[in-house]
Structure formats: structure tokens, C-alpha cells
Ligand binder design. Structure first.
Ligand code: GDP
Ligand code: MN
Length: 388
């Protein structure tokens, strides 16, 4: 789960990480009041959406006239912000964060994430922080350093100094960075985060370190243990189809391709997506209907896939271990008939009662094809999607 910048900054404050003073507002008038209450001669108005890249598209504005704050805030509010990190239609701006401006001396990049290669938490840092960090990562990766935290011995002071030196920090700043790194680590572990990003972390003209931006992702599977974090969820920022999937306990993730995939088992779903790619197509989604898929779940999954207008063909790949293939076939036929599916559906069934399942599909008058094997199913789906 993602949270907003202002919420992440509240957590930073709880953990002793300095952030600029500010408040959120939902109207231009409110934004103006917040600005007025801040003892500053300039203000930053920041669109609150679950995505980065706001600075490049007008989602972060520095305002030097108090009387301009209301206008600039109301211009953002109610619109959708499209950044490199959002879906094509962008995300709704329902809140802005109004902050005092900070006198920036330098912008750094600092993040903490799970590194699967070392099975540990890893700090990623760069002296070239700010809005072009992706470009830095691409063209000069040597400017980015990684420090892995050993889960047994914990974060060592020398590791913090390594980061501090790489960032070119001096004197008191070195201790200050260690404090921030320890706070990030504590926050990460205690709240079951999966990623924290501070970009930019800045030094001010007076030499202080401060988090100017904050992004935190949390592990969905741990949310039940953190009611404070779960309460921060903003469904309006999330994918509608993914929220719907959650209701039916389907593991669904929207992707960009044209081939809708319905698979039982996460591993099989990943392998299916690989095969689609190998056959020259692009999956429209990841969808695991689960091991114990029922007729109803299959029907809901089907509706979900087809609600994506990008989908030109559906590839169903079910291995009948616990579930029986004939039951799945009935579910597919019922769902396809109910919603009036017009696009081709290719089904690969294997396992318990597979011949019965395939026979049911072949008997149906709907646009459903039972494939011989997974390879040909994937190839057929790609060819039919391309032809559409
Ligand atoms: P993002 O583009 O969504 O990551 O949004 P950020 O919060 O990182 O803001 C983008 C950029 O706006 C930062 O890299 C800064 O250069 C600039 N910015 C943000 N806050 C301030 C501020 O208080 N003062 C000044 N001068 N610039 C700011
Ligand atoms: Mn940023």
C-alpha cells in the first residue's frame, strides 16, 4: 500500500526526521490560510498524489506572493495529475500540501528497500539527488551507492559514515545523517514498510539535513498488524480494478498489454506472462484466481479482465489440482455467456477432469477455444489479439 507525502512526513516526524513545516488543504482558501499561518516569505504548494515526478509537470510550485497561494492551489485541486509514474489518465488531486520553503544548498537521494539478492535491507544513496535521479541511474550508475544492512549485526556506524562521505557531508552533518538512517530503518522495520524514499534529502544553507519529499510503500500482508498505517489508505489513488479484485480475494495487478490472463497459482501466472511475452505479446494483467477457485470466483475474475478495454484476447491457464477442470469450464462458459464476451477466449486446461473440461468448452457456441497445450495457447492468444 502507498501513502501520501504528507502522511509519510508525519511518520518521519514521529521518528525524529526533520521535515518542512506545513499542512494539507482541500480548497484554495484553506491553502491560503495555511500559508498565512507559516512564518515564511515563500511557500511550496504540492499536489498530493500517489506518484513521484510531480515537480516536472507542475505538481510542485514555489509561490512568492501570499495572495497567489489560493489561486495556485485551486488550479491544482480537482484536476488529475499525469506524471511519468502514473497511469495514462493520471491521479486525482484532492489535497495539496502547503509548506514553508526551504533554502536548498544541495539535493541528495536516499532510500531504503528490500534487496532480495542479499536478503537484507539496503540503503541506496546518491549525491546527485532531485528530479533527475532516474537519469543518473541510467547514465552514471557509479554515482549511486548501495549499503546492505546485516540483519544480525544491524546498521553499523561505519556504514552510515560511508554514505555520508559518498554524499560529501561534513562535521555535524555526518552524525545527523546517521540519525536519519537509523530512524528510517526503525520506521521500516516497526511499520513493515517495503520501501522508503527520500528524494530530495537536502542540506539547507545553514547546514541542516531535512527530508523535502517522502514516499513510503507498505507490505500489504502486514497491514492487519498496523491499524494506524491501514487507516492512511486512500482508495481514490488506487487502481479501481485492483480494489475490486481485493473484494473477491483475487490477486490482480493491472499491466499495459492486450492479453488478459486468468491463471490459478502465482507461479503459474508468472510463467504464463513469460510465455505470452516469448510469443511476442504483452499481458494486460497478472491474475491469480487462487488454488481453490470456484465457479463464482472465475466469473468475477472474468468480468474484471474484460472491464479493461485494452484487452483483445483472454488466455485462461488452469491447472486442476484441487479444483476440477470441468467446474472451471462451467464457470468460464457461464461468465462468458452472462457478460456477452465478444473477444476470443483461449483456454488451456490440464489436470483433474481436463478432458471433460475441454469437451464442455468445445461444445459451447461461444468464442472459446480449448488449446492443446500451453505453448500453443499463448501463441494463439497473441495471434488473435494482434488480428483484433
Ligand atoms: P516529486 O517531483 O514528485 O518527486 O516532488 P518533490 O517533492 O521531490 O519536489 C520536486 C522538486 O521541487 C525538488 O527536487 C525541489 O527541487 C523542488 N522543491 C520542493 N520543495 C522545495 C522548497 O521548499 N524550496 C525550493 N526551492 N524547491 C523545492
Ligand atoms: Mn521527489
Amino acid at each position: 500500500m502507498n501513502i501520501h507525502e504528507y502522511q509519510a512526513k508525519q511518520l518521519f516526524q514521529q521518528y525524529g526526521i526533520a521535515v518542512p513545516k506545513g499542512e494539507i488543504a482541500s480548497t484554495g482558501e484553506q491553502a491560503q490560510q495555511v500559508a498565512q499561518s507559516l512564518d515564511s516569505d515563500a511557500w511550496v504548494v504540492k499536489a498530493q498524489v500517489h506518484a513521484g515526478g510531480r515537480g516536472k509537470v507542475g505538481g510542485v510550485k514555489v509561490v512568492t506572493e501570499l495572495n497567489d497561494v489560493a489561486g495556485i492551489a485551486s488550479e491544482m485541486l480537482g484536476k488529475r495529475l499525469i506524471t511519468k509514474q502514473t497511469v495514462a489518465e493520471g491521479l486525482p488531486i484532492e489535497l495539496v500540501l502547503v509548506e514553508e520553503t526551504s533554502a536548498i544548498d544541495h539535493e541528495f537521494y536516499l532510500s531504503l528497500l528490500v534487496d532480495r539478492a542479499t536478503s537484507g535491507l539496503c540503503f541506496v544513496a546518491s549525491a546527485s539527488g532531485g528530479m533527475d535521479i532516474e537519469e543518473v541511474a541510467e547514465s552514471s550508475p557509479e554515482k549511486i551507492i548501495n549499503i546492505t544492512v546485516n540483519p544480525l549485526s544491524g546498521l553499523q556506524s561505519y556504514q552510515c559514515r560511508q554514505v555520508a562521505f559518498a554524499l560529501g557531508l561534513r562535521g555535524q552533518q555526518i552524525k545527523a545523517l546517521e540519525k536519519i538512517m537509523r530512524a528510517l530503518l526503525a520506521l521500516f522495520v516497526e511499520k513493515d514498510a517495503s520501501q522508503i524514499e527520500v528524494n530530495p534529502l537536502i542540506t539547507t544553507k545553514t547546514g541542516e539535513l531535512m527530508a523535502l519529499d517522502a514516499k513510503i510503500n507498505f507490505d500489504d500482508n502486514a497491514l492487519a498488524m498496523h491499524s494506524d498505517i491501514a487507516a492512511m489508505q486512500d482508495k481514490n489513488q488506487e487502481d479501481e480494478k485492483e480494489n475490486l479484485a481485493q473484494q473477491f480475494e483475487l490477486n490482480y495487478i493491472t499491466l499495459n498489454g492486450t492479453i488478459g490472463c486468468m491463471v490459478n497459482g502465482a507461479g503459474l501466472a508468472m510463467a504464463t506472462m513469460d510465455l505470452v511475452q516469448l510469443s511476442g505479446g504483452q499481458p494486460a494483467n497478472f491474475l491469480d484466481v487462487g488454488g481453490g477457485a470456484t465457479k463464482e470466483r472465475v466469473a468475477e475474475a472474468f468480468k474484471l479482465i474484460l472491464s479493461d478495454t485494452q484487452v483483445k484476447a483472454v488466455l485462461v491457464n488452469i491447472f486442476g489440482g484441487i479444483v476440477q477442470c470441468n467446474i472451471i469450464a462451467e464457470g468460464i462458459i457461464a461468465a462468458a455467456a452472462e457478460i456477452g464476451v465478444t473477444i476470443p477466449v483461449i483456454v488451456r486446461l490440464e489436470g483433474t477432469n481436463a478432458p471433460e473440461g475441454r469437451a464442455l468448452l468445445n461444445e459451447s457456441t461461444l468464442n472459446i477455444t480449448a488449446a492443446e497445450n500451453l505453448q500453443s495457447a499463448a501463441e494463439m492468444a497473441v495471434a488473435l489479439a494482434e488480428a483484433a
